[in-house]
Design a protein around this ligand. Sequence first.
Ligand SMILES: *Cc1c(COP(=O)(O)O)cnc(C)c1O
Length: 460
Amino acid sequence: MAAHTEGEGAVEAAAESSAARRELAVRAAVAQGLVGGADAAEPLTCLLDIAGIRSSAAALTGAFAAATAPGTPVLHAFAVKAAPLVPVLRLLADAGLGCEVASPGELALARAAGVPAARTVLDSPAKTVAELREALALGIALNADNPQELARLDALVAAAAAPTAAPIGLRINPQTGAGTIDALSTATATSKFGIALRDPGARDWLVRAYLDRPWLTRLHIHSGSQGVPLALIAEGVRELHALAEEINAAAGRRQVDTLDIGGGLPVNFASDEETPTHAQYVAALREAVPALFDGSYGLVTEFGRSLLAKHGLVLARVEYTKTSGSRPIALTHAGVQLATRTAYAPAAWPVRILPYDAKGVPKAGDPVPQDIAGPACFAGDLLAVARELPRLAPGDLIGVPDTGAYFFTAHYGYNSLPRPAVHGFAITPSGEVRFRLVRPAQDVPSIVTEAGGDFRDALL
Ligand SMILES: *Cc1c(COP(=O)(O)O)cnc(C)c1O
């Protein structure tokens, strides 16, 4: 179904901007019945812009390819937790990326997407012996978090009949400090992650740990995510590189051959502008650690949010409107179940709200401060407070952009609210919007099953 009214050339040009693609997709989602007014099957749906995801993946791989010495091995391992959806992992694999996983579930998703062991990296601060054994057997790279995990690896490596193909590293915490969001700052003095580099004796212990274990060949860092400035991330990578040089000097050989520099490029939630870019991140690294790209080390990255966030959109129906204390409130279907961080920590996770009419056309009108509320039964289930928007009416839709990472892909089962459907969309050269189902909406029987429905009498 054609979703445009202009000439084809104009649509083609317009579809080059993510905002233009979004507007076409919103109207088509309503026209094709994916979401809509009281009669539509679904009051809520989630969209992923396939072209946008591809362009971010290309921007990442291009930025590193332009900076690294020819022949340097570089693996961009997508942090699966940002968007744990098999078709997304498959799309990224097709764009040349691998996967960073941190649980048996995430590893299974990567494997289901066909991502090979050699392009998979296992992190996580609480790996079980079974997980470690499986990773070693499969040849999946893993980064140990702490000395006790390293002792488990010692035992597994010693017991193995043949040397493992799995490259093994240690995660360090450079203790470079926090960003603006404490919960996402992994490089504080007391962070739970990695081996604290500046603690007394830690550096010497680390060098010795490598000298004693010829199979330790990597070093890993992930200095934090949203809210951590680029300069702080780059400082952590500089510490990582300096430690690798120190270990290799002590070993008298290039024992550490690969640096895993993590992810953490922050995302702009305030507008459609994609900033900072992966190229700006690479420029910050080049300035802080010029030797990083000289080919002495293979590189692994683990970006999540910066690859997916801008390409996800929630579309939700306004079910009712009312006023309370003379404040207009729109009661919608988008709330804490898909914007958990926004509901619980609104200052750290503000989201934009885009108003549409019942046909999915951007809604105009004088701005009125309104609360945008979700469907859950607690007072904090709000996506925005006193937001200036054209006055919403029942049957209108709200769009919540920038939600492709850690929002609807990290469902929170409060009030037994179902996981909404996720559709990918692509726009043909003639302006037609094609949707592809990525994940169906969770149905009510499956909610009952997941809630112990098969064990009704268990507690009698
Ligand atoms: C979460 C995480 C990432 C991804 O972080 P983003 O901010 O989404 O880029 C990468 N590496 C590790 C170890 C993580 O825990």
